[in-house]
Ligand binder design. Sequence first.
Ligand code: A3P
Length: 340
Amino acid sequence: MASITERTAAPLPLPFEVEDVPEDEIKRYLDLGFEEYTQLVRTKPIPSYFRPAYARLASAFYHFEFRPDDIVVLTYPKSGTSWTSELVWALKNPGALHLAEEVPSSDRVFFIDMDMLRPTRAAEDNPVYRRFVAACPEGRVEDGVQLQLAAAHKGPRIIKTHLRFDLLRQDLLDTCKVVYTIRNPKDTCVSYFHHSSNNKWHAFKGEFAHFAEAFMGNGILYGSYWEHVRQAWQRKGHRNLHVMFYENMKADIHGELRNLANFLQLDRDDDQLKTVADHASFDSMRSRHERVNVNHGIRNFFRKGQVGDWKNAATGDLNERMDAWIRENSHGIDIPFRYD
Ligand code: A3P
């Protein structure tokens, strides 16, 4: 198998292009309050917006070699990715849940997008960098630390990503199992707003209405919510794809875990499912996060974890605009969204 390093030396071709987002558009985002969007790139012809490092890494992401024993958690941001990943990890490791008290989720699940979102700081006092140097002595940070750490791992791996299906290998579903979690677009937007406002890099500083405008205009990182969920929904029925809904997980975690365990071909009894559900409950994950992920850059990452919080943010005219946007975009996509 060619290493990522060898591959990036001569990037393999892509079936899409990556271009700089023009300055006038960048200025619009800055005016809306996206203080950190000083430079962005996007894919073409189906746009998805990314940080500049994506231009260099697009080929490594697209050609990343998945293996039959991988489990990929794929979502639009803020749809319940961390929850789903923790459930998958705990279902796979019911006898080793205590490990989560020592090892942060970022070291148990490979979040490959990190190489584009926040490239690893190459410094000896950074434990991720030290791990990278030990596992990939020939590796170069600029070729993607998480990508190379994942490639060097013997497996089985759990990999999470927000990259849309068209930005990953086209044989992904024929290679390994993929869990895709959908959350209703209004709660996703509100959660994304808080995430962007509460991070230490000040990605967004402004009011919800402005954020929602950019979200509905598809101009935020990862682009269109609808394109993302549509590509997953189109693939529904593939034996290697399991679609979950955040709202159903909130309503009946035991039933959802039973379905997930069946999909993953894991034989788990009711007691084990209950232990997994408790391990990954909102309160457990939040308090563990505060103990174990002390250097996380997002304040209040485990914020509310509720269905229907959009009602506190999308009021009056804005809510009507969001409803119209949902009507326009969900036309022809029969996804059974739940809003409360
Ligand atoms: P809120 O901002 O609405 O609270 P992601 O992991 O995709 O970034 O999604 C984050 C959202 O999932 C946040 O939503 C977060 O609070 C919520 N979340 C995380 N863990 C959860 C859990 N165990 N149960 C319910 N919601 C959870």
